[in-house]
Design a protein around this ligand. Sequence first.
Ligand code: MF3
Ligand code: CO
Length: 248
Amino acid sequence: MITIKTDAEIALMRESGRITKEVLDLLGSKIKVGMTTKDLDKIAYDYITSCGASPSFLGYSGYPASICVSIDDMVVHGIPSDDDYIKDGQIVSVDVGVEFNGWQGDATRTFMVGNVSEEKRKLVKVTEECFFNAVKNLRDGTPLGDIGYYVQSHAEANGFSVVRALVGHGIGKDMHEDPSVPNYGKKGTGIRLKKGMALAIEPMINEGVYQVDFMSDGWGVRTRDRKPSAHYENTVVITDNGVEILTL
Ligand code: MF3
Ligand code: CO
């Protein structure tokens, strides 16, 4: 069931979205070579709890941390670890979920650390552009499939591929609500999006093949060819005249 948010509920989501964005801004300002992925997790946990909010991922289906940190060929759901040091030239995607006053925010940035290759830079840039390409074509009445179409066409026009095995989602009181929001699809297909629907739109774009492998820790997802992948996500709500991005 897709829930429609009232203006008062959207105002609450604006707050959880703001904290989500602040966590990512903070991590972006702190991330550097030699830190561990667990260091980032601790910064996120401390900030979120200092706001009186809670990290939505912690304990979700048994997930053991507040953020996902997915480096290079890790597509999503990298578990922070004391043993994983951030190295020069890596692209590091950080996904964070925040619950505040019962409402969720969910967003991801892919940070470039140190001397990052041209190809990886392009991948990160195109992944962000995929999100904005979808959002600029999104308003009350837009068919859901248009989101996937605008993400996929931009990714593939740049020689990259779109992960199919994982998708974006509705969001609200729950982190994952209906509908599923694929990053691939056909224009003009699917349900029509309406004012008051909130979505986490999250392109996961691979440099090589779109296929992925699920790791034996039950969480990590890597590209099958072990080439890099980037991820970019914001929580958005459909408004009268377009979209408001709550985590930017
Ligand atoms: N942000 C992720 C998503 O949209 C959720 C991470 S999985 C978790 O699906 F277990 F860490 F929460
Ligand atoms: Co999400």
